[in-house]
Design a binder for this molecule. Structure first.
Ligand code: NDP
Ligand code: 8X3
Length: 248
């Protein structure tokens, strides 16, 4: 039987690239996301590689357990669904944006993990790959809650492995830097001009880079757990710590 990967947020960006890449490699796919028309399109495109499509909002705890809780024979859970909203300073943000990021990037990821882990532990086999971000380790102005949610993903991934010690269930936090996808369009709420500026004159990571890395991670020998990978475009690096100086 072919291996199966369940991808959350398969309708765009990294998730979609992973669906296409894993299908090419002969994997079976369970694809989820909120936009069911895109899931249908992927189903048409990838044909028999698609075992199931599951329209799902990961923020909805009941729906997650109803739709994912009884799935069997899932080898890899790719917790990829997520988003950033806004870049405002923390005293000026829309609290609904903070709630949406926490509900999706933290709570949604927790629910999907909790729904799938029992079958992995029972079969003593499986791999949870969580999509974190460089924003979880490196602060930047306006990153406030988004970075906080990705720091959660990093520590949650480590703590999962601590719980899973003694099993063969693996966990990885994959933390990319700037990558071109619909991410910035979502962050800037449909302002395509601001979104395009993020990638202007630079060569960001591509969703395909993330797909190839996920594939490499899960294809290490069974006794190897890749705890974490951080990856960036060569056009991105750290700057000096900021210093505020009084005028005059
Ligand atoms: P995209 O906006 O292109 O894709 C995001 C995906 O998440 C979509 O498929 C979307 O599907 C899904 N999603 C969002 N909210 C929900 C929800 N409530 N329930 C279910 N699915 C949801 O962005 P990326 O591909 O770039 O982002 C994927 C992941 O990578 C995110 O976790 C992001 O934080 C992270 N990341 C992105 C980086 C970047 O620079 N692009 C860098 C580092 C990490 P739908 O709208 O159909 O529900
Ligand atoms: C996405 C990368 O730098 O926009 O996680 O936060 S960044």
């Amino acid at each position: 039987m072919a291996n199966t990967i369940l991808i959350t947020g398969a309708t765009s960006g990294f998730g979609r690239a992973c669906a296409e890449y894993f299908a090419d490699q002969g994997w079976q796919l369970i694809l989820s996301g909120r936009r069911s028309e895109r899931l249908e399109m992927l189903h048409d495109q990838l044909g028999e590689a698609v075992r199931q499509i599951i329209p799902l909002d990961v923020r909805d705890r009941e729906q997650v357990f109803e739709k994912l809780g009884s799935l069997e024979n899932v080898d890899v859970l790719l917790n990829n669904a997520g988003l950033a909203l806004g870049l405002e300073p923390s005293w000026d943000v829309d609290l609904d944006d903070w709630d949406a990021m926490v509900d999706t990037n933290i709570k949604g990821l927790m629910y999907c993990t909790r729904a799938l882990l029992p079958q992995m532990v029972k079969s003593d086999h499986g791999h949870v790959v969580n999509i974190g971000s460089t924003a979880g380790a490196w602060p930047y102005p306006g990153g406030n809650t988004y970075g906080g949610t990705k720091a959660f993903v990093q520590q949650f991934s480590r703590n999962l492995r601590a719980d899973l010690l003694g099993t063969h269930v693996r966990v990885t936090n994959l933390a990319p830097g700037m990558a071109e996808s619909e991410f910035s369009e979502v962050r800037f709420k449909g302002d395509t001009e601001s979104a395009a500026k993020v990638y202007q004159g630079t060569e960001a990571l591509r969703p395909q880079d993330i797909a190839e890395t996920v594939f490499w991670i899960i294809n290490r020998p069974a006794h190897v757990n890749i705890n974490a990978i951080e990856m960036m475009s060569v056009d991105q690096a750290w700057g000096p710590l900021a210093v505020h100086r009084k005028k005059g």
